[in-house]
Design a protein around this ligand. Structure first.
Ligand SMILES: *Cc1c(COP(=O)(O)O)cnc(C)c1O
Length: 397
């Protein structure tokens, strides 16, 4: 992880060209834009002139954010959406049509999986699932597919992919690659550099970083982004608002330092817990498996697979500092039992397909301080497995 990562980009003022020398871009809290005469209105409406018409399709504050997101991921253009799921669904519906087929890695984000299983089949788009290990060589499953949907690390088990190789295989077969890079953030991984076509983020997580925004984005080449911008942006209408864009711009100023702090805390805690005999397995790249070449750190998340002797309900209820809840990427630590979060997922996306038991809990290490978080986890483990002899490693803190 580079400490000065894109500091110039993250810290630029972005208000240049706007009013009064403001250090931060103003929030253009307006639905519509006014025109002095027939010709300028017509020029904007017809697309002849570049000007904002209506905030469902474009807004100056949102555009500052979109430009910054494109640069952070080394893409040409970006579109900001009202949620990560809006970014995923609008991108797919903007590019695919009835009869097309998606290939998706197993264990994708739950609601992406439900989009593929519940909604897209109604429009004639089918999805097949593959293990990461199947995405090499001739990779017959990709023949005739329209899109390859990827996550690395993946949800809950944090499997990682050999992105360069997979992007090359997909490109040879003419398959568009769409990758959810939320878990890594642009600080730890830039999939476009590895040859991936489109990157999506849930900006509700690291990008905004303060648990007060739901937002998303897609980043890629001008050609692909324009196809999404012309169709599903105006027609599904899930564009981001200026107020939210401003909050994300504020979050981005500290993105590099936050992601570094979350990563260091989670690495430290996971290593300390490795020798604890109340934990069967820790899922975390860099601790339980090597970090792949494209990923410079694993971020703030890891999953603890508790031994059968640990009652997961008691463990969760005994946590004091770490609160129970979905999401992650904000300032505060969160725990989420895998069996609750994935209860609707069956078949290829079921956690037990990965050997994950119902005794697994995902932890997000927030900014409260690593030693306090470790103490909290150890205290909850002690409360939840009465009568089990604890090894020294566990007591060592
Ligand atoms: C949260 C999340 C999403 C969905 O984003 P929203 O902003 O909640 O719509 C997609 N992918 C991953 C990996 C996520 O964690």
């Amino acid at each position: 992880m580079h400490s000065g990562f894109k500091a110039d980009l993250i810290l630029t003022h972005d208000a240049e060209g706007h009013q009064a020398g403001a250090a931060v871009p103003p929030i253009f809290q307006t639905s519509t834009f006014l025109f002095p005469d027939f010709d300028t209105l017509e020029g904007c409406y017809s697309g002849r002139d570049e000007a904002d018409l209506y905030s469902r399709t474009g807004n100056p504050t949102v555009r500052v954010l979109e430009n910054k997101l494109a640069q952070l991921e080394n893409g040409e253009e970006a579109i900001a959406f009202s949620s990560g799921m809006a970014a995923i669904s609008s991108s797919i519906l903007g590019l695919l049509k009835s009869g097309d087929r998606i290939v998706c890695i197993r264990n994708a984000y739950s609601d992406a999986y439900r989009l593929f299983e519940i909604l897209l089949p109604r429009f004639g788009i089918q999805t097949e699932y593959v293990d990461a290990s199947e995405l090499t060589g001739t990779c017959d499953i990709l023949a005739g597919a329209s899109m390859l949907f990827l996550e690395s690390p993946t949800s809950f088990v944090f499997e990682t992919l050999d992105l360069k190789n997979i992007a090359g295989v997909a490109r040879n077969k003419g398959v568009v690659t769409l990758m959810d890079n939320s878990f890594a953030s642009p600080i730890l991984q830039n999939p476009i550099d590895a040859g991936i076509d489109l990157v999506v983020h849930s900006a509700s997580k690291y990008l905004s970083g303060h648990s007060d925004v739901v937002a998303g984005c897609v980043i890629g080449s001008t050609g692909l982004i324009e196809r999404i911008r012309e169709t599903t942006v105006p027609l599904l209408g899930a564009k981001l608002s200026a107020m939210e864009a401003s909050l994300i711009l504020r979050g981005l100023r500290t993105l590099a330092v936050r992601v570094r702090a979350h990563t260091e805390a989670a690495d430290w805690i996971a290593r300390k817990l490795q020798s604890d005999n109340r934990i069967r397995k820790i899922h975390r790249p860099g601790v339980s498996a090597p970090l792949p070449e494209t990923l410079s750190g694993a971020g703030g998340l890891f999953t603890l697979e508790l031994e059968d002797a640990v009652d997961i309900r008691t463990f969760c209820d005994a946590l004091q500092l770490i609160r129970l809840g979905v999401s992650w990427g904000g300032f505060e630590s969160l725990a989420l039992p895998a069996a609750i979060a994935n209860r609707q997922d069956t078949g290829p996306n079921a956690l037990n397909a990965f050997g994950v038991s119902k005794n697994a809990v995902r932890i997000f290490a927030g900014l409260e301080g690593a030693s306090a978080l470790l103490e909290d986890i150890q205290g909850a483990l002690s409360a939840a497995c009465v009568g089990m002899r604890v090894t020294e490693g566990a007591l060592g803190g």
